[in-house]
Design a protein around this ligand. Structure first.
Ligand SMILES: [Zn+2]
Ligand SMILES: [Zn+2]
Length: 179
């Protein structure tokens, strides 16, 4: 088993390798990165956002067409929303092993600060590892430093460490088949 990371052409260039390596070390699963070929569905012009559920539909269809059973994470630049939320950093659909993360609100520039590739790598890694964690069977965690903690703000995301807490780690050990 390995995790496929699809890096959309719109996403920050050159960050995919460090993000992939970090996610792999946090979750202790092999990861591969490739260019995204999933069609970008669900754009809503009035909101200038993409419906995350529609994107997940696209990933689900792509996986089915190509016979991909392993988890897939799509990284996009466009801002995402879902029904009932004005925006989401990312979203996972556990039953089909599909997840999406947006880098739109993860850059310093979005908040009027100086840009930093290191910050962006850090945040895409945390969000990506969180959503893949769901695909691997983990739920949310109360520990604010754990990858599986659900952040509502950028500060909460930044407070997390790039690791699972011992409880989530133990749970993942119980779920992941030995490699
Ligand atoms: Zn979550
Ligand atoms: Zn945890």
């Amino acid at each position: 088993m390995h995790v496929h990371i699809f890096w959309d052409a719109s996403s920050p260039v050159g960050l995919q390798m460090p993000v992939s390596r970090l996610i792999s070390s946090i979750l202790r699963v092999p990861t591969t990165v490739s260019e995204n070929h999933v069609r970008m569905m669900g754009y809503v012009p009035e909101r200038k956002q993409i419906d995350a559920q529609a994107l997940l539909d696209g990933i689900q269809a792509y996986k089915y067409r190509h016979g991909i059973d392993d988890p897939v994470l799509l990284v996009v630049q466009q801002d995402l929303f879902r029904n009932g939320n004005s925006f989401v950093f990312g979203l996972a659909r556990e039953q089909v092993g599909a997840a999406v993360v947006s880098s739109a609100r993860l850059s310093n520039e979005y908040y009027g600060r100086y840009g930093s590739d290191d910050d962006l790598i850090d945040r895409i890694t945390k969000e990506g590892a969180h959503e893949i964690g769901h695909l691997l069977g983990l739920g949310h965690c109360e520990n604010p430093e754990c990858i599986m903690f659900r952040p509502n703000t950028l500060d909460e995301l930044d407070r997390k460490k790039k690791m699972l807490c011992p409880a989530c780690e133990a749970q993942l050990d119980g779920i992941t088949p030995a490699q």
